[in-house]
Design a binder for this molecule. Structure first.
Ligand SMILES: [Zn+2]
Length: 297
């Protein structure tokens, strides 16, 4: 197994090698596809050998963006979480958080459906597929009981998990997040390979932090809303690279995910929402203002 640890725009790529055929999990953001292909072709990657299958943990742009390019390069089938496959089939730009969240991915088709509760042998290891709704209601995590490895996608990171929708937009997301943490807590995990960040071993501490965040979210819906719009904006800045601060009020009023969260949860004038985003993200040191533009720090 080799984990290509990427950044926050591209999810990690996990390569499971075996004589039975190599399997890749997740492909990063579309604009990073050339780097994904280069890593995959490298000595630590396939080194010229074929790829037997491409697997996704869930259907967000930072995990599926390179799917089409990888398939074009290797001609391999794509296995995808069954409950989300219809979104891919009709290329639902809202359901997949693409145009809806000012993100893009190259269109692909699904060849094999991955069902929660099923078991698959990838890279000579047996993986149990578990439903992991919350951040993405159709997401899966992959658990190998023999070596106690969990491929967690965005359901659990060392510090938190992927953004979730506020209850006013999706009443199921927050309770599902807690249930998914309970499922993970019930596994005997030695090492987590998350969708973002280095693999980590202190699973109990990560779960503590994730439960604390869930509790804070349960106590205050506005907190979920603010967290979600901040995370989305930082992600958008990573692929746009810069955005005029003056354009931000119109931007958060035009792009669906900001507009919906603001309309149902935050209820701020677009100018005030933009000002809050700039203020809180610059104070956190995540972005800075440079010549009138917002840029990732
Ligand atoms: Zn992700």
């Amino acid at each position: 197994m080799h984990v290509f640890v990427r950044d926050w725009l591209s999810a990690n790529n996990i390569l499971l090698r075996s004589r039975e055929g190599h399997v890749l999990i997740d492909t990063g953001y579309v604009s990073h596809a050339p780097l994904t292909l280069a890593l995959l072709a490298s000595k630590r990657g396939l080194g010229g050998e074929p790829l037997a299958k491409l697997v996704n943990t869930h259907g967000h742009s930072d995990h599926i963006g390179g799917n089409a390019a990888v398939r074009k390069a290797y001609g391999c089938p794509i296995a995808f979480p069954a409950t989300e496959a219809p979104l891919v089939e009709r290329w639902d730009e809202t359901g997949l958080w693409l145009a809806y969240a000012d993100q893009t991915a190259e269109r692909f088709t699904v060849d094999e459906l991955l069902h929660p509760g099923s078991t698959h042998v990838w890279g000579d290891l047996e993986w149990q597929l578990l439903a992991a709704p919350g951040h993405d209601m159709g997401a899966l995590v992959f658990y190998n009981p023999e070596h106690r490895i969990l491929v967690s996608g965005d359901a659990l990171w060392e510090n938190g998990f992927g953004l979730i929708m506020p209850p006013s937009l999706d009443p199921d997301a927050l309770p599902a997040t807690r249930d998914t943490l309970d499922v993970i807590a019930g596994l005997d995990v030695r090492v987590v390979i998350p969708g973002h960040g280095e693999p980590f071993r202190d699973v109990a501490a990560a779960l503590d932090r994730a439960y604390m965040r869930t509790e804070a979210f349960e106590a205050d819906e506005k907190r979920i809303g603010r967290h979600a719009v901040k995370v989305i904006l930082v992600f958008n800045l990573l692929h746009r690279r810069r955005m005029p601060v003056a354009d931000l009020p119109a931007y958060v009023d035009r792009v669906g995910i900001y507009r919906d969260i603001n309309a149902k949860v935050l209820r701020m004038p677009p100018g005030a929402l933009a000002a809050m985003l700039v203020d809180e993200l610059t104070r956190a040191g995540v972005v800075r203002v440079e010549g009138g533009d917002l840029v990732p720090a």
